[in-house]
Design a protein around this ligand. Structure first.
Ligand SMILES: NC(=O)c1ccc[n+]([C@@H]2O[C@H](COP(=O)([O-])OP(=O)(O)OC[C@H]3O[C@@H](n4cnc5c(N)ncnc54)[C@H](O)[C@@H]3O)[C@@H](O)[C@H]2O)c1
Length: 260
């Protein structure tokens, strides 16, 4: 693959210090872009920056503490990037805000917790998109990639969680189907302004899940089963680069056939 697919771009990855974010940051920096980690977790981000530095891979990476649920924080992120680089090429909406009650079974989700989680995650993606799209409009170009999930596309397979503490939270289904449609809405709304908006729906990502769950999950997969963060890199690169110049408002499912 062309090593400089994203040469001289400035790409913001919210939640850039998380499981998928770290992989995205490394990948876009390797392909010639400035990768901006926009994350609330200062300590985790500092550790990540340290790791990149030890590996000699921090040249094109910057960390700016930012919170997608705060308009002030997003505005100062955009303003700082404009001052430092004079432009922003793309936003990857990848943060994963959730409150301490997130992950409860359907019967146990309160109205307040439901509303708060939807507001932080889907609302945060909305607000980041609104503010970055405003900047992109003035600039004359831009791109947004939203991270959704297969659970925004298909109904959950609750049986794979049996015997574990895990479930597929109702908020997540609502948030991720909302993210997919937010993508289409924005692509249509911004049509003609040289701003593309697309979406990626990953399947489950391997992260120390219990054995029984893994074998039940993997039985629905094609060849690999749960994916690794690296398995999403190609799709992100494609959507951020000119290879997908005329792809707009689309959703790409990357799940090894799990949702078929
Ligand atoms: N991990 C999976 O299996 C999986 C599968 C499908 C989709 N996804 C989606 O991919 C995205 C990333 O998931 P992940 O597994 O890497 O999550 P993660 O929890 O590992 O990382 C999320 C990051 O977001 C940061 N964050 C939290 N609230 C924030 C806020 N308000 N503003 C800015 N940053 C904030 C956290 O500090 C963390 O570094 C999410 O949208 C998630 O729904 C993940």
């Amino acid at each position: 693959m062309n090593q400089k697919l994203l040469e001289n771009k400035v790409i913001v990855i919210t939640g850039g210090s998380g499981l998928l974010g770290r992989s995205f940051v490394s990948c876009v920096a390797e392909h010639g872009s400035v990768a901006v980690i926009a994350d609330t977790d200062q300590a985790k981000s500092s550790r990540f920056m340290q790791e990149l530095s030890s590996a000699g891979a921090d040249d094109h990476v910057v960390f700016i503490k930012a919170d997608i649920t705060s308009k002030t924080s997003l505005e100062s992120l955009i303003s700082e990037l404009h001052h430092r680089f004079g432009k922003i090429d793309a936003l990857v909406n990848n943060a994963y805000p959730r409150n301490t009650s997130y992950g409860a079974k359907f019967e146990d989700v309160t109205y307040d917790n439901f509303s708060q989680n939807v507001s932080m995650h889907l609302g945060g993606y909305f607000m980041a998109s609104q503010l970055f799209a405003g900047y992109f409009k003035k600039q004359g170009y831009g791109s947004i990639v939203n991270m959704a999930s297969i659970y925004g596309v298909v109904a959950p397979r609750f049986s794979i969680y049996e015997g574990t503490d895990m479930t597929m939270p109702v908020e997540y289904a609502v948030i991720k189907s909302g993210v997919i449609h937010l993508t289409k809405y924005l692509a249509q709304y911004l049509k003609g302004s040289n701003i593309r908006v697309n979406c990626i729906c990953p399947g489950g990502i391997l992260d120390q899940q219990p054995e029984g769950f893994l074998s039940r999950y993997n039985s629905f997969s094609g060849t690999k089963g749960m994916l690794d963060p690296k398995d999403l890199q190609g799709t992100l690169l494609f959507l951020l680069s000119d290879l997908s110049k005329y792809i707009n408002g689309q959703n790409i499912v990357v799940d090894d056939g799990w949702s078929l």
